[in-house]
Design a protein around this ligand. Structure first.
Ligand SMILES: [Zn+2]
Length: 164
């Protein structure tokens, strides 16, 4: 089974390189959506948990993972979707959150529950000038996964990655 384990490690390494189709600075492992990789004979099965239900990016994730593994010689790849436990922004790596901020998107703050209840998050820091004097402009930013905010200091609009 040693070879098998080695292959699984290799598969994780390959998947780590697959970028998020929406936010290319993030990888799928930064997002924490890849749950499990198993292999039997030549068949690879990757279990992923979708970020936002109905997020159009999910189909792209699946295709990108399959393409990446096919490219590296794994021809039989199947993607399994696991909905439970549901993905939460808490699964995003710290490194991933830093990358988001540098990219100009304010990363999800703290835990999921509060924002789900209120729908509005206060004091989301501006990714440009770090000011927390910001206002919600729209619940939906460039994608349904994000909200649009505007900074009251530097006046820059920016996306906030919503907590779920
Ligand atoms: Zn600002």
């Amino acid at each position: 089974m040693v070879t098998q384990d080695k292959k699984i490690n290799e598969l994780w390494e390959l998947i780590k390189e697959v970028p998020d189709p929406e936010i290319p600075v993030l990888t799928l492992t930064d997002l924490g959506i890849v749950r499990e990789i198993t292999m039997s004979d030549e068949k690879v099965e990757v279990t992923i948990t979708p970020t936002y239900t109905g997020c159009p990016a999910m189909k792209v994730f699946e295709e990108d993972i399959t393409a990446k593994l096919n490219e590296s010689g794994y021809k039989q790849v199947s993607i399994k979707t696991s909905l439970s436990p549901a993905w939460s922004t808490d699964w995003m790596s710290e490194e991933g959150k830093e990358k988001l901020m540098k990219y100009g998107i304010s990363p999800p703050m703290g835990s999921s529950d509060k924002s789900v209840l209120t729908g509005i998050v206060k004091n989301v820091p501006c990714p440009q000038c770090k000011s927390t004097k910001t206002e919600l402009v729209s619940q939906f930013g460039s994608t349904p996964c994000k909200a649009l905010y505007q900074c009251s200091d530097c006046k820059e609009p920016f996306d906030y990655f919503k907590c779920i």
